[in-house]
Design a protein around this ligand. Structure first.
Ligand code: UFG
Length: 341
C-alpha cells in the first residue's frame, strides 16, 4: 500500500515509517519540519534501504496542502501532524487549536477529494481526563475535565472524524490512543529530539544520565501509588509503530478506537532506576512538588487492540531505557541541529 504519513518526520512518525517500509509498504512523508528534521527521514531510508518521498508542506494551509498532494497517489493516510506540548498549549491555545484542528480538517478535505478512505489518527490517552478506573479501556468516558488545549484538540479531532464518518460512510478510520511513548529504534539512529527542556520524563532522564542536566525533578511523591510517585503506562515507540501497521492492515468502514499501551504501570522512580541500570550512569533526582494537572495513575487496558488487531506491546521498560540511552549517546544534541549545521 502507498501510505501518506502526515507529520511523518517526527518521533512517532519516523519509527512508524520504518516499520511500514520494512513490511513492504511505500511511504510518503508530509511534514513542515517545524518540530522535526529531514535527517530523520534520511536515517529511515538508511535503515530500511528504501527511499521515502518527502513533501515539505504546512498542512494547516489548505491551498498549500491541496497543491502539494494534487498529483500524489496514495491509498491511506496516517495523521501524526500536530503540536503536542501540554504546557505550551495552555500558553498558546489559539495556535494549538489552529494547527491541530485546521490541519486535520484540511487533511480530511484532501482525502475526500481524492477518495482516499483509509485514515489512522494519532490520538492520546489524554482524552480520558482523570481516570475513573485503575486500568482504562476504550469505553471510559472522554472529553471530561480536560485541563489543556492540547488534550481538547485531540478529543475534538476524534469527534470531527466520527462526524465525518456520518456523512461519508465509506470512511475507514482508526483512532489510536497512545499512552506514554518512550525509547528509540534499537540502532540508535532515530529517536526523540525534544527542543529545549524536555517536557516528558524519559527524555529528561536521558539528558540527566548523559550529564547534560544536573538532576531529575520528581513531580511529587505523595500519590496513592506503591512508592508515592506518578505511575504511567510507558510504551516502546517501536511497539507503538507496529500498532500503526496493525491498525492499517485491519481497517474497515467505520471509526474504531484502540488503546495503544502495554497494560503495565511504572512509577517515576521505577523509570529512573531502570534508566540508571540500562545506561550504567548515575541519575540523581530531587523530589519536588506535584506538577499542575498531573494525575496519580494512568494505565491502559489494551485488550481490544490485542484481540482486534492481533497486536500487543512486546518490549519492556528496560528495553526502552537501553534504546533511549543508545540514541542519546549517539545523538547528544538530537537531530534538529544536524540540518542547522
Ligand atoms: N515527571 C516527573 N519529572 C519530569 C517529567 C515528568 O516526575 O521532569 C513525571 C510526571 O509527573 C508523571 C510522569 O513523570 O508522573 C510522566 O510524565 P510525562 O510528562 O512524561 O507524561 P504525562 O503522563 O504527563 O503525559 C503524557 C504525554 C501527553 C499526554 C499524556 C496522556 O506527554 O502528551 O501522556 O496521558 F497527553
Amino acid at each position: 500500500m502507498r501510505v501518506l504519513l502526515a507529520g511523518g518526520a517526527g518521533y512517532i512518525g519516523s519509527h512508524t515509517a520504518l516499520v511500514l517500509l520494512e513490511a513492504g509498504h511505500e511511504v510518503i512523508v508530509l511534514d513542515d519540519f517545524s518540530n522535526s528534521s529531514p535527517e530523520s527521514i534520511a536515517r529511515v531510508e538508511g535503515l530500511s534501504g528504501r527511499s521515502v518521498t518527502t513533501i515539505t508542506c504546512d498542512l494547516s494551509n489548505l491551498g498549500e496542502a491541496e497543491r502539494a498532494l494534487q498529483s500524489v497517489e496514495f491509498e491511506a493516510a496516517i495523521h501524526l501532524a500536530g503540536f503536542k506540548a501540554v504546557g505550551e498549549s495552555v500558553q498558546s491555545p489559539s495556535s494549538y487549536y489552529r494547527n491541530n484542528i485546521v490541519s486535520t480538517l484540511n487533511l480530511i478535505d484532501v482525502l475526500r477529494a481524492k477518495n482516499v478512505r483509509k485514515l489512522v489518527f494519532s490520538s492520546s490517552a489524554t482524552v480520558y481526563g482523570v481516570p475513573q478506573t485503575e486500568r482504562i479501556d476504550e469505553s471510559h468516558p472522554t472529553a471530561q475535565g480536560l485541563t489543556n488545549p492540547y488534550g481538547w484538540s485531540k478529543a475534538m479531532i476524534e469527534q470531527i472524524i466520527r462526524d465525518v464518518h456520518v456523512s461519508w460512510p465509506e470512511l475507514e478510520a482508526v483512532l489510536l490512543r497512545y499512552f506514554n511513548p518512550v525509547g528509540a529504534h534499537s540502532s540508535g539512529q532515530i529517536g526523540e529530539s525534544p527542543t529545549g527542556t524536555p517536557n516528558n520524563l524519559m527524555p529528561y532522564v536521558a539528558q540527566v544520565a548523559a550529564g547534560q542536566r544536573e538532576r531529575v525533578n520528581v513531580f511529587g511523591d505523595g500519590y496513592p501509588t506503591p512508592d508515592g510517585t506518578g505511575v504511567r503506562d510507558y510504551i516502546h515507540v517501536m511497539d507503538l509503530a507496529e500498532g500503526h501497521l496493525a491498525a492499517l492492515q485491519n481497517l474497515k468502514p467505520g471509526v474504531a478506537t484502540y488503546n495503544l499501551g502495554s497494560g503495565v504501570g511504572h512509577s517515576v522512580l521505577d523509570v529512573i532506576r531502570a534508566y540508571a541500570e540500562a545506561s550504567g550512569k548515575d541519575v540523581p533526582y530531587t523530589v519536588t512538588g506535584p506538577r499542575a494537572g498531573d494525575v496519580s495513575t494512568v494505565i491502559a487496558d489494551p485488550t481490544l487492540a490485542n484481540q482486534m488487531l492481533g497486536w500487543s506491546a512486546k518490549r519492556s521498560i528496560d528495553d526502552a531505557c537501553r534504546d533511549s540511552s543508545r540514541w542519546q549517546e549517539q545523538n547528544p544534541d538530537g537531530l534538529y541541529h544536524v540540518s542547522d549545521k
